[in-house]
Design a protein around this ligand. Structure first.
Ligand code: HAM
Length: 460
């Protein structure tokens, strides 16, 4: 029988992100959100699980993600559901379900679940930042989407990032290419890796995606999709390339880049980090999926987007020694040896004004609280002992710099600390203005209430 008292651990291939590492996540997500919003993208939040059909029809039955990696199960009501292995299919399903006006630009941050053999940079649950644009096939959107990702990598300080670009053609021109590729693979069948020797006829494009040396050697000489594009797809690719050139975003044309999901049409792209081992070096990828909305039951609607793996991105940052984030340190640590009421009041007041303030609990001794204050990284200890309480003052002791301790009247602690806070002057001004406004509002409301007790909540 399993030991009932053994400590439980997170499942293999998953991980906890704890403070202070999570400060990097916060900063990254906030910056991505900021950039997405500047580009007109709005946040979309989808369920973590969907009808499994969505992914079968959207991503494709033949893709590894659906065939081998999907967390699919019957729920207690016998419905066939799956944890989302990626973000795009759900966003497109939401578009089809709610029909927002187009172009619809959505951004998201989501866990994604894939039953893969865990290794560095490959997890059973990873997290993605992504965007999707639905309702336009303007090549400018392709450029804009690629640039959004490229700019984020640059902002992080990553220098060793490569962009590979390809076009997958469309439903009109791709069949001729698939036929040519199949004929070529027929000739080289015996040189393929076992798995593909059996399967290449059902989806020959998957062979192009295979990273094994045997398959790479075969596909080196394979027909190139870019030679089979029809006029419209070729023109689309030309315009995307021109747009990237204009923005000075360098890329490599990679005709073998088909990516692992079957919904792609036309533009596909992948960013890889030169600092990571080649097996898990993709730090973001995406492309067009002009047939996906239809495949999940909606009207024909072109779309494009990307997903960036947060864990891999941060691994790349570590490898290049960029994007260190210092977690914000508190402005003050309140040391209260008079029972805790003073700390409660002081913390509340200072935090409402936007200052970072922490304290001790459990009625610890002065010595223990001072030790904790030191460890907290706070700039000041605000000490309230019996004498301070009686004199209605606080003793402010600098913790991170030399300097004398000061006796500050209790009523001016807020101003005293604000003047020394880690917030910039403007931030602080904004906080104080906001506080004053709120206080003013509260006062006015209070006045109105006392003057006209009936008026509360009466519509004007
Ligand atoms: P994807 O290439 O499968 O595309 O995943 C996007 C990114 O997620 C990858 O580039 C990688 O950084 C990260 N990633 C994928 N699998 C794992 C894993 N097992 N462990 C750690 N990180 C991983 C998509 O998911 C598409 N939905 C992207 C897209 C959006 N295409 C159009 N719109």
């Amino acid at each position: 029988m399993a030991d009932q008292s053994a400590p439980l651990r997170a499942p293999a291939g998953t991980h906890d992100v704890l403070w202070p590492e999570s400060a990097r996540w916060e900063r990254l997500v906030a910056e991505f959100a900021r950039r997405a919003q500047l580009g007109g993208f709005g946040l979309v939040v989808n369920p973590m699980f969907e009808d499994a059909q969505l992914f079968r029809r959207g991503i494709g039955d033949e893709s590894d993600v659906v065939r081998k990696e999907m967390y699919e199960f019957a729920d207690r009501g016998g419905r066939d559901v799956a944890l989302r292995p990626e973000g795009t299919a759900s966003v497109v399903r939401a578009f089809v379900q709610h029909r927002p006006p187009v172009p619809w630009k959505a951004w998201y941050v989501t866990p994604a679940f894939r039953y893969e053999r865990p290794q560095a940079g490959r997890y059973k649950q990873h997290h993605q930042l992504g965007v999707e644009v639905l309702g336009t096939d303007d090549p400018d959107v392709d450029v804009e989407v690629v640039a959004l990702a490229a700019d984020l990598y640059a902002w992080l300080g990553l220098r060793r990032v490569e962009l590979a670009l390809n076009s997958m053609g469309c439903a009109q021109c791709r069949p001729a290419y698939v036929a040519a590729l199949t004929a070529y693979l027929d000739e080289h069948r015996d040189e393929l890796r076992d798995e593909h020797r059996e399967r290449y006829r059902t989806n020959p494009l998957r062979v192009l995606d295979c990273k094994s040396p045997e398959c790479r050697a075969v596909t080196e000489g394979a027909p190139r999709i870019t030679d089979y594009l029809d006029e419209a797809c070729a023109a689309h690719l030309t315009r995307v390339r021109a747009g990237l050139d204009e923005l000075a975003i360098s890329y490599r044309l990679e005709p073998r880049l088909v990516r692992g999901l079957d919904y792609y049409t036309r533009t596909t792209f992948e960013f890889s980090a030169g600092s990571l081992t080649s097996a898990q070096n993709a730090i973001g990828g995406g492309g067009r999926y002009d047939g996906l909305a239809e495949a999940v039951g909606g009207p024909p609607t072109p779309g494009i987007g990307f997903g960036i793996g947060i864990e891999r991105l941060l691994l790349a940052c570590d490898a290049e020694g960029v994007f260190p984030v210092d977690p914000p340190l508190p402005d003050a640590f309140v040391v209260d040896v008079t029972g805790g009421a003073a700390a409660r009041a002081l913390c509340g007041e200072l935090r409402r004004a936007g200052l970072g303030v922490v304290r001790a609990y459990d009625g610890r001794s002065l010595k223990a609280q001072l030790k904790q204050a030191d460890r907290s990284g706070a700039r000041y200890a605000l000490i309230v002992g019996p004498e301070e309480l009686a004199g209605n003052v606080v003793t402010a002791r600098p913790l991170r710099a030399e300097g004398p301790q000061e006796t500050v009247p209790r009523a001016s602690v807020l101003q005293w600390l604000a003047a020394r806070s880690s917030l910039t002057e403007t931030e602080h001004l904004q906080e104080t203005e906001h506080l004053q406004e709120t206080e003013h509002l509260q006062e006015t409301e209070h006045l109105q209430e006392t003057e006209h007790p009936q008026s509360k909540g009466t519509p004007r």
